[in-house]
Design a protein around this ligand. Structure first.
Ligand code: AKB
Length: 326
């Protein structure tokens, strides 16, 4: 079996990014060549029926090993993670899943001489000492959340495996991801998804961040494009590996609410900040992604206006069909 014939595995395949990445990869590489793994079942029946699935807890190396052997996996997209807000509620679990899970994936990939591994990082890798505007690629990494701590460690570990073991590990620092297929689970940027569902359903939203909290965000089609483009980039052109800064747009809850109001004039947004405000305040407001642009041609397609129009069209259609489960 050549490297190209080996199968792809997506961990965290039931999650917000995992679900949509699975769809793209199955379309591109053939459904039977892309294995979905998660600790929970895939919610989308079409995905469940279209290709292989295995239950797998990434904190258990023996489970990963068994599956990798059974399916002859050559590339892993390791999307399983505990996000920032949930991680603050249970930092021990965040450490276990994000650190031990990532280590187990890398070790299995090394032992099986895999072709490539994708491990996402996040803007959570930065902290309050980091310059918050146009945050540089090389900068201070002193995160204030357990999620951020695990993301910095994941970046360093990924780069270490490239240098020490010649394993091709790639990853980028995702901003908040906005999408309408699968809900995000336990992040600080989740408000930027919830606001759309509530606007369509109830024309009202109570935001858990202050109205002027500016954060970097990205629409799912750009997120998927970034993963595919980075994974297909020529290794020889990459000076960075597991820690690419990535940007698409930055906005505040008030700016997002104003954009939604252009489509739904009755929409009202209130602000009741909770513990997630301190997390958001420790993150950048905008990101310098010139390394990604130079090394693999990164360029986003969606701004706030285009994202809002697309999100509202998709969710309004589902609502009209009585299928907006939220
Ligand atoms: C979160 O809010 O925790 C995530 C992230 C920015 O990584 N969406």
């Amino acid at each position: 079996m050549t490297d190209m014939m080996k199968r792809i595995m997506v961990s965290g395949a039931a999650g917000q990014i995992g679900t949509e990445l699975l769809k793209v990869l199955r379309k591109k590489r053939g459904p039977s060549n892309v294995l979905a793994v998660d600790i929970q079942k895939l919610a989308d029946p079409s995905l469940r029926d279209s290709g292989p699935f295995e239950f797998c807890d990434v904190t258990k190396p023996e489970q990963i090993e068994k599956i990798v052997r059974k399916y002859r996996i050559g590339t892993i997209y390791h999307m399983a993670a505990i996000l920032s807000a949930r991680g603050e509620k249970n930092p021990h679990q965040a450490w276990d899943v994000n650190i031990n899970g990532t280590y187990n994936i890398l070790e299995t990939a090394r032992e099986h001489k895999m072709v490539r591994v994708f491990i996402p990082s996040s803007i959570a890798a930065f902290g309050s000492e980091t310059p918050r505007e146009n945050t540089p690629q090389e900068t201070i990494l002193r995160p204030k959340t357990m999620y951020g701590v695990t993301k910095v460690a994941g970046e360093l570990l990924g780069d270490y495996y490239v240098r020490r073991f010649n394993l091709d590990v790639r990853g980028c620092r995702f901003p908040g991801i906005i999408s309408h297929e699968t809900l995000p689970g336990g992040g600080t940027t989740d408000y930027a998804v919830a606001i759309f569902y509530e606007a369509v359903k109830n024309k009202r939203y109570v935001c858990f961040l202050k109205e002027d909290t500016r954060l970097p965000m990205m629409y799912m089609p750009d997120c998927l494009k970034s993963v595919m483009d980075l994974m297909e980039a020529d290794f020889g052109r990459l000076r960075h590996h597991a820690d690419f800064n990535l940007a698409a747009m930055s906005f505040t809850p008030a700016e997002l609410a104003a954009e939604i109001k252009k489509h739904i004039p009755e929409f009202r947004c209130e602000y009741k900040p909770d513990f997630r405000q301190a997390i958001a305040d420790s993150w950048p407001m905008s990101i310098d992604d010139s390394a990604a642009r130079e090394e693999w041609g990164w360029k986003p397609d969606y701004d706030l206006a285009a994202t809002t129009k697309d999100m509202l069209a998709a969710l309004s259609k589902r609502h009209a069909e009585g299928k907006l489960n939220y």
